[in-house]
Unconditional design. Structure first.
Ligand SMILES: Cc1cc2nc3c(=O)[nH]c(=O)nc-3n(C[C@H](O)[C@H](O)[C@H](O)COP(=O)(O)OP(=O)(O)OC[C@H]3O[C@@H](n4cnc5c(N)ncnc54)[C@H](O)[C@@H]3O)c2cc1C
Ligand code: FES
Ligand code: FES
Lengths: 160, 296, 808
């Protein structure tokens, strides 16, 4: 146990091992964007409010701007890049694209990951309130949320 | 908006944490869920010399019942407080208060210990600890000490944790036949409360005993209002009583003014939150009595 | 991604295909260095000295740019104002708002750049500051730009009709002061710029989330002292929103370019949220003194308006647009022929202002629409009745406003009636305010607002800021032009090249469907090239996506190009089949004879022949596979001596109704229902249009109830984080949202489409304010300022709340 300024971070991003030498202060978000090729991770505020940087850490949605990359050691990280390799991810993508649940798209990955988690894990039935709570952790400036809520409800109804 | 340089260490035991904290003194900062500390680091409002990451200490993540007490490890994530069956059964008010914190992604990362150690005056968990009469354990070089919740919070972002110590556990006495209410007002769902209130009491036949009235977001720390607690348990239980309890709870309250609420408005909110929490508790009481009557 | 069953978003597919490219994702050049900006902590101070030695000594740090080089290497930005002040991309000797750039550090990465930023020591001598627009006009106020001797950048008097006469003839005259707040566009993606200063041509290259108007590039080139042709600006295909905010990107483009010049390397700067809130751009806050003259029957006769715009520390183009952008529609949708305006732009120690979704319309309509409610109240009439009585009637259209606007199409009473119907307005009125049940826990209120939504800005309007004699003598007619190119490849493939620098409007989706429709092929068979590049695509000063101009102007240029291609295909087929082009038509991807359905060629065939047999073609077909469609909005003039100008290409209309509930104890304000009816002409894409309406509603809701950029009296900035600046989430949106429209196509655009992007952002703040006013009027409350917060209601209502003793 020694204090470090730089360290080798070994972790699994979307199922692929990544190993990088990093300044320990590097945030998980910057690591994912700059080192792991996950540019779907967007930075809208860097203080935890907007939700654009949301990723799944061991399956749970968390803000990647509020975490250090070194903390990812020993954990599984999934971004939109990973989720899109799954059937559920594709279903989410289809629902968003067909409902026009995005405009500029900057917020979209965050919403999609939180919804992915909800759809994967929530016990039946998923209520409107569950949907609002899930989407409520994300800011979208473009859509007024109407189409995002529609996409979410469609996904809920298709869940089966 | 990137953190200033620091060193990083991830101790493997509580002893090691203490060792590092003692060695680095003021320079060291514990990192738990990071949901309060990381924004401060990113904005460079906090520039510690060394970050002591305690997330590897699985031994601090637990919810255990021991006799009449519930023990919760400091590193237990907030979302577990919301969902854990024992908590929902034995201290449901804690689950309800936790649900009011931010948004799901915040609660997946944030810890109970982090929230308590951070001691935001508007935070739910410190208030819940005060209402539940919890004891907080801190460990330092000279071993562990236990601090009652009401003494733990000393001001905005200020607690009884001394340099070289960390918070390891909270112990909550389990009370039977409890009625409760927790209410807060926020501008947007998930924001820190402009004012909030927790009411808690034990039912004894036709009365309430051991009442607790705790306000948060109104002064510099969670506030137990004993004169309101007296009113809560001494007078008749009725809807009208809600206003009496509420008025009592805010008597002498010295609210602060900030961007979103002036002192006067905040006081009004506190009053209304007490009233609504009281009415929730009352409804719960009615429900329980009906149930009891039904099953008898 | 795989197949889609329904029409789907091209932009969205790219996103889920993981192919999106936002500015922060780009590394278009090798050796990119990263910038961090040193910013002023003071609202007003003299810069005594800057010491960068420690910064330069840090490993990884390349350079520090300060005001000294900025002054030497650049000029102040041009702006249409009488007394503009000298605005550079960086403070020179004085800072004038919290957040103003003071220096730029360039280093190997952002972390190190910020480390270096924090070591730079700037010695300031604080000066008294002023942030209030009226205070700044006092002679005793601190002066921001000493050389001007005043903070008033513009003071224009405009008079239309015979105002004195109608005021003296009026049955009722009243006046009121209204305050419109300062809030932001708040795109989720902040500013991002990569700039490379080259010793050789092009002299400065940019990659930036810039989206026009491209006239700003002329301002930028002027400031950088390079010919416009030596700038190249690339906008990536994906831009994370703007709503006006990124129109004011150019000062930072200048700053990043100069930082690159200093560093001798390409430099990338991504603004962070704190910078964006404090120092990017914001909607203009305004105090209006309004005087209304009317008849007892509710007929409006005339208005006098004193507009006091707080443009911040520097008046910056496209300001003073907030004063003059809506000039053609100054009277909203009402038949009022007499108007007097005193337009003032005042500089104070806060962040410079700029466009914010609905540029100026919400500021302008807020007092008018509030006053109409007030008038109705005074006359004992319903606000809806008074509005309906004064609306311009369909038979009056096309209607020339007294300020020069040409309302091209519309049926305002019909749209308004529709909104009243859908909202059940008349019935609701029976139970709002004092009429609500006394045992209810809330006060309910219903309010409405109507708005002319101007789109396709006629940039000539800006010269109304000058007196007629000082205008540019050789400008006669200004225009609003847009070009689109379409290519037909050798296999019949169609590629549309967008020149509009879209940023979330779904233009690729719409472009593909417009072209597909024209050629009778599937949208999926049309490839759209997104983004923008001034180095390779055609553009003019009015290019870009702003002032909701895509539907009317941008899309019309696509239609023009598609029609040209269609014509070329007919001509080519006529040549190949040796028949008459006028007897051919395009159908389902084939060019066929009207007389003999068997006779025809497929698109693919024609394309192949055009490409492979170029040498044999007649000259008019040699370039038939490449077409360029240009659309120039007609009827756009230059301000005349009477200060009249048709400031927009087309004018849409919106009528909205909001229903609110106010908790009697917490004073929490909820918008429960929101009904918005649009007359936006032809709807090019229903889902995209709906998204724009809903987004506009969110934006307006934010301004009505949640968002405000706040400063202390001495100019300290209070809303620097998203914990303080409250962008609404899904949970704050109205539970019941009804979006409807009527269709009256505009003759001014090939598409028949009017704007959809800004309208609800203009009406929502006002409809909500009117609804709140309705809910609390019986308590003696007057609503004259936004945002409406529970705390503000408390300030007025507190003592009377539910019989409670007043808390201090
Ligand atoms: C968008 C957003 C919304 C939020 N909304 C709310 C809300 O509504 N209500 C609310 O209460 N909170 C809210 N929070 C804060 C959240 O609850 C945090 O999780 C919590 O305040 C801190 O817990 P943490 O585990 O994340 O601690 P960290 O951020 O890691 O640490 C916080 C502080 O506590 C110290 N610390 C942590 N653990 C220990 C320990 N075991 N012993 C001693 N010191 C320790 C750290 O050194 C640091 O000073 C919000 C946060 C965000 C980003
Ligand atoms: S960037 Fe992480 S929450 Fe906004
Ligand atoms: S689509 Fe632009 S922020 Fe959500």
């Amino acid at each position: 146990m020694q204090p470090q300024r730089r360290t080798i971070v070994t972790t699994a991003v979307n199922g692929t091992p990544v190993e990088t030498l990093l300044d320990v202060r590097t945030t998980l978000a910057d690591f994912l964007r700059e080192e792991a090729g996950c540019t779907s991770v967007h930075l809208g505020c860097e203080h935890g409010v907007c939700g654009a940087c949301t990723v799944l850490l061991d399956g749970l949605p968390v803000r990647s701007c509020l975490r250090l990359a070194v903390q990812a050691v020993g954990h599984e990280i999934t971004t939109l890049e990973g989720v899109m390799q799954t059937e559920r991810g594709k279903t989410i993508g289809r629902a968003f694209v067909e409902q026009f649940a995005m405009q500029c798209g900057f917020c979209t990955a965050g919403f999609a990951l939180s919804l992915y988690h909800l759809l994967e894990n929530a016990p039946e039935p998923i209520t409107d309130q569950d949907i609002h709570e899930t989407l409520g952790g994300h800011i979208c400036r473009c859509t007024g949320y109407v189409s995002i809520v529609e996409a979410a409800k469609r996904l809920r109804d298709q869940r089966g | 908006m990137k953190p200033a340089p620091f060193e990083y260490i991830a101790p493997e035991s509580v002893e090691q944490v203490v060792e590092v904290l003692v060695q680095y003194g003021d320079e060291a900062k514990i990192l738990a869920g990071g949901q309060s500390l990381m924004p401060l680091l990113n904005m460079r409002l906090a520039t510690p010399g060394i970050i002591v990451d305690i997330n590897g200490l699985n031994e601090l993540s637990y919810i255990r019942q021991e006799g009449e007490h519930l023990h919760i490890g400091a590193l237990t994530r907030q979302y577990r407080l919301e969902r854990d069956a024992r908590i929902r059964q034995t201290v449901p008010v804690l689950a309800a208060a936790t649900r009011l914190i931010g948004h799901p992604p915040i609660r997946y990362a944030g810890t109970i210990g982090g929230s308590l150690a951070h001691a935001d005056p508007a935070a739910e968990l410190p208030a819940a600890m005060c209402a539940l009469g919890a004891e907080l354990s801190v460990v330092g070089l000279s071993g562990a000490r236990s601090i009652p919740a009401v003494d733990f919070f000393q001001g905005p972002l200020s607690t009884a944790v001394r340099p070289g110590e960390l918070l390891t556990e909270v112990r909550i006495p389990i009370r039977k036949n409890v009625v409760w209410g927790v209410r807060e007002y926020t501008r947007r769902a998930g924001d820190f409360a402009l004012a909030g209130a927790i009411i808690l009491a034990e039912m004894e036949e036709d009365r309430w005993v051991n009442g607790r009235v705790v306000l948060f977001g109104v002064e510099d720390r969670p506030l137990r209002v004993s004169h309101a607690e007296a009113v809560l348990t001494q007078r008749a239980l009725s809807d009208d009583q809600a206003d009496v309890v509420a008025a009592s709870a805010v008597t002498g309250l010295d609210c602060h003014t900030d961007l979103h609420a002036s002192a006067g408005y905040r006081k009004q909110l506190a009053r209304v939150m007490v009233k609504r929490a009281y009415l929730d508790a009352l409804a719960m009481w009615d429900g329980k009595r009906e149930n009891a009557a039904g099953s008898a | 991604m795989n197949e889609f069953t329904a029409p789907s978003s091209t932009e969205g597919r790219r996103l889920f295909d993981l192919q999106a490219q936002y500015i922060a994702d780009l590394t278009p050049l090798p050796n990119l260095a990263h910038a961090a900006v040193v910013r002023s902590p003071y609202a007003h101070a003299r810069i005594r000295s800057i010491d960068s030695r420690a910064a330069l000594a840090l490993p990884g740090v390349m350079s520090v740019l300060t005001g000294r080089e900025v002054q030497e290497w650049s000029r102040p930005f041009a702006v249409a104002a009488e007394r503009p002040g000298r605005y550079y991309s960086c403070a020179i000797d004085k800072v004038r708002y919290v957040g103003e750039p003071v220096a730029v550090v360039v280093a190997t990465n952002r972390y190190i750049a910020e480390d270096a930023r924090d070591t730079i020591e700037v010695e300031y001598e604080p000066l008294p500051a002023v942030v209030d627009v009226e205070a700044a006009m006092q002679s005793s106020a601190p002066i921001l730009h000493e050389e001007l001797g005043t903070n008033v950048a513009i003071d224009r008097q405009l008079t239309y009709g015979d105002v004195a006469a109608v005021f003296s003839a009026a049955d009722i005259v009243f006046s009121q002061r209204y305050v419109f707040p300062r809030y932001q566009s708040f795109p989720l993606e902040t500013y991002g710029i990569i700039a490379s200063w080259n010793p050789s041509a092009p002299q400065v290259s940019f990659w930036a989330n810039f989206h026009g108007p491209y006239s700003m590039l002329a301002v930028l080139a002027g400031a950088l002292r390079v010919p416009l042709s030596k700038l190249r600006v690339v906008t990536p295909p994906d831009v994370g929103g703007s709503f006006g905010n990124k129109i004011a990107l150019y000062p930072y483009m200048a700053l990043t370019a100069l930082a690159s010049r200093k560093a001798g390397r390409p430099v990338k700067w991504i603004e962070d949220r704190l910078e964006s809130l404090s120092a990017s751009s914001t909607g203009t806050d305004r105090v209006t003194e309004l005087e209304v003259a009317a008849r007892n029957d509710g007929q409006l006769l005339g208005l006098k308006m004193r507009l006091m715009d707080n443009v911040g520390a520097y008046i910056r183009a496209p300001e003073p647009g907030c004063l003059f952008r809506p000039i053609g529609n100054f009277m909203n949708a009402y038949k009022i022929e007499h108007l007097e305006v005193n337009a003032l732009a005042v500089m104070t120690n806060v962040c410079p202002s700029g466009p914010n979704r609905g540029y100026a319309c919400q500021q302008h309509y807020f007092p008018i629409e509030r006053a109409i409610d007030e008038l109705a109240l005074r006359l004992g009439k319903d606000p809806a009745t008074v509005r309906l009585r004064n609306l311009i009637q369909p038979q009056d259209i096309p209607y020339r406003t007294v300020t020069g606007g040409l309302y091209d199409s519309g049926d305002y009473p019909r749209a308004t009636q529709r909104a009243l119907e859908l909202s059940n307005y008349w019935q609701l009125r029976q139970s709002t305010g004092a009429a609500g049940p006394s045992d209810a826990s809330v006060w309910r209120g219903v309010g409405m607002a109507v708005a002319i939504d101007p789109s396709g800005s006629n940039m000539g309007y800006i010269d109304v800021s000058k007196k007629a004699a000082q205008r540019r003598p050789n400008l006669v007619r200004v225009g609003s032009a847009q070009t689109t190119r379409i290519y037909l490849d050798a296999t019949g493939g169609i590629t549309v090249e967008l020149e509009t620098a879209a940023h979330g409007q779904g233009q690729e989706t719409t472009a593909a469907s417009l072209v597909a429709q024209a050629l009778g092929i599937a949208s999926a068979d049309v490839t759209v090239v997104a983004g923008m590049d001034t180095g390779s695509r055609p553009w003019s000063v009015s290019s870009g996506s702003y002032s909701s101009r895509f539907g009317a102007v941008g899309a019309s240029s696509i239609v023009a190009a598609a029609r040209q291609l269609q014509e070329n295909l007919l001509q080519a087929t006529a040549y190949f089949l040796e028949c008459d082009a006028s007897r051919l038509h395009v159908q389902a991807g084939r060019i066929v004879s009207l007389d003999d359905a068997q006779l025809g060629l497929s698109l693919k065939d024609v394309a192949a022949r055009l490409h492979w047999s170029t040498g044999t073609l007649p000259s008019h077909l040699e370039t038939a596979t490449q077409v360029e469609g240009t659309f120039v909005a007609s009827e756009l003039d230059y301000p005349n001596e009477l200060d009249q100008v048709n400031s927009s290409a087309v004018y849409a209309f919106t009528a909205d109704v909001a229903v609110v509930e106010i908790d009697k104890e917490t004073l929490d304000i909820r918008v429960t229902d929101y009904i918005t009816v649009h007359d936006a002409g032809n709807i090019l894409h229903p889902q995209i249009a709906r998204g724009q309406f809903a987004g506009g509603l969110l934006h307006g809701l934010a301004g009505a109830l949640y968002e405000e950029l706040r400063y202390t009296e001495t100019g300290d900035f209070l809303t620097g984080t998203l914990m303080d600046y409250l962008c609404p989430t899904v949970n704050e949106m109205p539970g019941n949202i009804v979006m409807d429209h009527i269709v009256l196509p505009t003759p001014q655009a090939l598409t028949g489409a009017k704007g959809v992007g800004e309208s609800t952002a203009q009406t929502a703040p006002i409809a909500i304010a009117n609804a709140v006013a309705d809910a609390v009027r019986h308590l003696g409350l007057e609503i004259t300022e936004l945002p409406l917060t529970p705390d503000k209601l408390w300030q007025q209502l507190g003592a009377r709340l539910a019989g409670e003793p007043a808390c201090t």
